[in-house]
Design a protein around this ligand. Structure first.
Ligand SMILES: Nc1ncnc2c1ncn2[C@@H]1O[C@H](COP(=O)(O)OP(=O)(O)OP(=O)(O)O)[C@@H](O)[C@H]1O
Ligand SMILES: [Mg+2]
Length: 112
């Protein structure tokens, strides 16, 4: 299993979520974070104006997937989240050693 930590534009969250659901990927957690990439948030516009501080609001989506779903999910997320402008975000991929569905006790892939 792998975990995708996706940092995307807030106004792309609904589109990304809908595209993942359409592909049968349902389990996810989202939150709002503040961050910056290599431009340190300086040159990026947010809602039409330069943001007063350089930690810009972004949406973070965390998704744990079976290994064989990862490449497809990455492609779906990139397609839905890309504008081509700086600040489109990133996907960080890491290994997950196990998962548990609390209600049933299922483990691993079966718990997703
Ligand atoms: N190395 C990193 N580690 C953790 N979070 C990061 C990292 N790089 C970017 N982020 C997060 O992703 C958000 C978007 O980053 P961003 O897309 O601006 O990256 P970038 O490297 O500057 O690429 P670009 O040149 O396309 O803007 C940041 O606001 C931050 O929340
Ligand atoms: Mg950037």
């Amino acid at each position: 299993m792998k975990r995708l930590d996706c940092i995307i534009r807030i106004n792309k969250l609904e589109e990304v979520k809908a595209a993942l659901e359409e592909a049968g990927i349902f389990g996810m957690s989202t939150e709002t974070v503040r961050g910056h990439g290599r431009q340190l948030g300086r040159t990026e516009l947010y809602r039409g104006s330069t943001y007063s501080v350089n930690l810009l609001p972004k949406a973070r989506i965390e998704i744990v997937l079976k290994d064989d779903q990862v490449e497809r999910a990455v492609e779906i997320i990139c397609d839905a989240a890309r504008t081509g402008e700086i600040g489109d975000g990133k996907i960080f991929i890491s290994n997950v050693i196990d998962a548990v569905r609390i209600r049933t006790g299922e483990r691993g892939d079966a718990a997703l």
